[in-house]
Design a protein around this ligand. Structure first.
Ligand SMILES: Nc1ccn([C@@H]2O[C@H](COP(=O)(O)OP(=O)(O)OP(=O)(O)O)[C@@H](O)[C@H]2O)c(=O)n1
Ligand SMILES: C[C@](O)(CO)[C@H](O)COP(=O)(O)O
Length: 230
């Protein structure tokens, strides 16, 4: 059954899904790879659509797959699909252009974080609603981190107590995200980085292990196990 989005919601969620998935290995665009018989993008969008604050979902699909993705998602939720760009940041900018000015909060997600629970989406949106211009879900770093020089020469050990592993969805005041993208000079790996460069505060809220990014082949096996959790 197609989910209904809330007409009174104040949140748009952008779902960049145009990546090749090179680290996952051969098998086509990552967002269309199957997890328990369904594409990762379907898992991701179903969970986004289940978050009560969401009024609009915009997916950036691989350019050759726009129509296929529209058909794939039609039974899942009402979704706007655009062609993505060569880099994640470009895909986000192309999706952001579809968000009307009356939507106050924009969340930027990854199709690759297919099992992200709706309550994480709500907690990020709530922190933006509470007055934070930029909010990112994050987890403590569990490994010891070394800084290395070329040749894998260890230069030193980084104090991991001040490090966080950052997830999506990352939430922003709409005007803040739009200005950050308009001013972007480099391709960064996340949207909060653009806001940091603009000198605005970014805060972390607790992330979720379920919001893991499916990146390498073992991640698909882990995700399948997570899906089967009671
Ligand atoms: N040009 C791009 C590159 C990435 N993404 C999306 O950004 C998210 C996070 O990127 P990542 O997990 O790195 O995906 P890929 O770029 O596909 O992976 P890889 O780097 O292994 O090729 C994914 O949902 C991916 O589809 C995108 O929309 N457009
Ligand atoms: C946005 C992100 O998921 C936050 O951790 C991450 O930066 C995406 O990086 P990738 O190299 O495109 O996977």
């Amino acid at each position: 059954m197609t989910a209904q989005l809330s007409a009174r919601g104040d949140v748009a969620v952008l779902v960049p899904a145009a990546g090749a998935g090179l680290r996952l290995g051969p098998g086509g665009p990552k967002a269309l790879r199957l997890l328990a018989g369904e594409p990762l993008l379907v898992h991701a969008v179903r969970r986004v659509a289940a978050a009560p604050s969401v009024r609009l979902i915009v997916v950036a699909a691989p350019a050759a797959e726009v129509e296929a993705v529209q058909e794939l998602l039609a039974p899942v939720a009402p979704v706007t699909v655009v062609a993505g760009g060569a880099e994640r940041q470009e895909s986000v900018a192309l999706a952001l252009a579809q968000v009307p000015p009356d939507i106050a909060i924009v969340l930027v997600h990854d199709a690759a974080r297919a099992l992200t629970p709706p309550d994480l989406i709500e907690s990020v949106a709530a922190a933006v609603r509470d007055g934070h211009p930029a909010v990112i879900p994050a987890l403590p770093v569990v490994d010891t981190i070394k800084e290395v020089a070329p040749g894998e020469i260890v230069l030193g050990t980084v104090d991991r107590s001040v490090l966080r592993s950052v997830q999506t969805p990352q939430g922003f005041r709409h005007d803040v995200l739009a200005a950050a993208h308009a001013a972007a000079a480099d391709q960064l790996t996340d949207d909060a980085g653009l806001v940091e460069k603009a000198g605005l505060p970014v805060i972390c809220v607790p992330g979720s292990e379920l919001a893991m990014k499916i990146t390498r082949p073992l991640d698909l096996i882990l995700a399948e196990a997570l899906l089967n959790l009671p």
